[in-house]
Design a protein around this ligand. Sequence first.
Ligand SMILES: [Zn+2]
Length: 282
Amino acid sequence: MRFLILTLLCVFAFALSDASFPGGAAIAPLGAFGETAPLAFYRDRRVRVDKLPNGEWAAIVGVSIDAKPNTVGYVSYRTIEGKTGTVSFKIGKKEYPVQRLTIDKSMEALDEKTLQRVAKERETIARALAEFSETFKGETQMRAPLIAPISSQFGMKRIINQTPRRPHSGTDLAAPKGTPILAPSDGVTALADNHFYCGNFVLLNHGEGLFTLYCHLDRGAVTTGREVKTGDTIGYVGATGRVTGAHLHWSAALNGAWFDPLLLVSGDDLAKLKPKPQSPQK
Ligand SMILES: [Zn+2]
């Protein structure tokens, strides 16, 4: 069993091996320190540690979409014997598509009460993502939560009325209202609630700082704290929150940094998620 777990962890590391760029995840080899994984930290946050096939331990670090390209990140570690150190990893560059939108000014402006609500909800999500569960529940290569065309890519830079907005923090899948959303991996429901932008949503905690998020649900099918198994229905596609039509906004986070969930999807399912040849959704 232990061998199987290690193999799966390595697969996870390999799936991400070319993803050290803003909005991706980096592998930072730490060294060979025996059987017990060292603790590793990036920007003062605990990060996931996996054993590589060569026996070395490596930190698996979510790299924020806001990280500067062509720079270096630093991971500090502490072994069970008390040895400490710091390693660096390169953050490469990735070009994301740009989408320019012109919308009615009145649609864009949020009143003070809504702004306060949005700020509070951001904090709630940040607090949930800061949880570091020691046990990894997930499978390292995930299934897609549903099969549908990709209508908006992760990282899309949006310029609304000439003002740059935050890049798209997830991948949108254009499934019709009511389509069941299946847990792509085992986990625990960290949050199931309704937020202004996200609408009805479910946030799954897969352990060791890895989370996946499902937004704009017609309704959720799980409550906060519930354990889920791969393939369980966690909700249904809808158009709640700030959207123009029904779709699933799917995102993943490692150590609090959103990255493209497609980096986790197994090859079989990935091949079925084709881009949609139409204008992207919000
Ligand atoms: Zn989206």
